[in-house]
Design a binder for this molecule. Sequence first.
Ligand SMILES: Cc1cc2nc3c(=O)[nH]c(=O)nc-3n(C[C@H](O)[C@H](O)[C@H](O)COP(=O)(O)OP(=O)(O)OC[C@H]3O[C@@H](n4cnc5c(N)ncnc54)[C@H](O)[C@@H]3O)c2cc1C
Ligand code: SF4
Length: 338
Amino acid sequence: MINFHYARANDVADAVRQIAADPTAKFIAGGTNLIDLMKGDVERPTRLIDVSRLPLTSIEETGHGGVRIGALVPNSDLAYHPLIEQRYPLLSSAILAGASQQLRNMASTGGNLLQRTRCFYFYDTSTPCNKREPGSGCSAINGVNRNNAILGTSEACIATHPSDMCVALAALEAKVHVMGPTGARAIAFADFHRLPGDTPQRDTNLSRDEIVTAVELPENGFAANYSYLKIRDRLSYAFALVSIAAGLDLEGDTIKQARVALGGVAHKPWRSADAEVVLRGQVAAPESFAKAADLLLSDAKGYGHNNFKIDLARRGIVRALTQAARGTPQSQSVKKVR
Ligand SMILES: Cc1cc2nc3c(=O)[nH]c(=O)nc-3n(C[C@H](O)[C@H](O)[C@H](O)COP(=O)(O)OP(=O)(O)OC[C@H]3O[C@@H](n4cnc5c(N)ncnc54)[C@H](O)[C@@H]3O)c2cc1C
Ligand code: SF4
């Protein structure tokens, strides 16, 4: 039996005060990831600060044409919100491709950003893992690494970030609003998650005494030409082997602007400025998409079991961009089940 304290935060300031006061405390929101990690003895917080009742549950239009999503908005409510369905269908599709309806009802926007890797060895406390226990080694590099990363890896860690929602947020260039002891700040989505480097125990650039309060979407939701393509071992209730969030602004057949983010391939959602620039001004056709795929994957490296991901990602990028260009975003329909 592992004892821990439990306290509810009264408001955001109280949550920050409580977390700053105890270096071994953790926030809990929906609990769908953290409780599993505690049951598996992977995480051992001595104090849980329950933020699930904080008033961060609204989805509102901003003065700049965007939308601000409270950190406690459940994944289901976000995916089915009319503003999101109509203006950011890429985000709706990505969320609905993840987990199960019951999990999405519990999971929060902030918790989804902070969920931890699904590398098998991270969950297996009998094996070395630099992310779980810094300096112990990485069992995946020479182990069963079918689910692991092919981009942005280091000698210390080849884990992937498992979120679907975050891949869409990366493509949409969201901002993450946070609050800490010294006040509020906003973090560009590209800078929120980290590559492993030699500190794989740190998944994000959020300080441990900061709380995520909201995620802000800019005006352009690529609502006409988008696709979220998730490739996985089973059609539902499985994490991505590779996923692709694609958005295009088209003028006739010509690409004015393109966004492509990959999931399941790196420690953070993966984008390449070069790949997006090369698409600008090109005809929206498979040949152009293949060039972008080559740029996105130019530094890809397999570790044995996951070599297949490189070709899978290449073909997935072409397919997702083709679906986006045709305005046929989903390869299968997503049923509304509440
Ligand atoms: C069986 C299963 C299948 C799944 N499949 C998928 C999938 O296919 N795709 C996918 O994307 N996800 C999947 N998930 C993951 C799921 O989306 C996450 O568990 C969920 O989003 C986490 O949200 P939560 O509110 O429950 O977080 P919690 O478990 O409460 O917290 C997770 C982490 O976030 C921190 N945290 C929570 N809120 C805040 C905040 N506001 N500020 C700072 N830190 C915070 C906590 O301290 C903790 O470290 C799956 C989960 C399970 C159990
Ligand atoms: S890849 Fe990262 S999470 Fe997986 S065993 Fe290696 S260090 Fe741990």
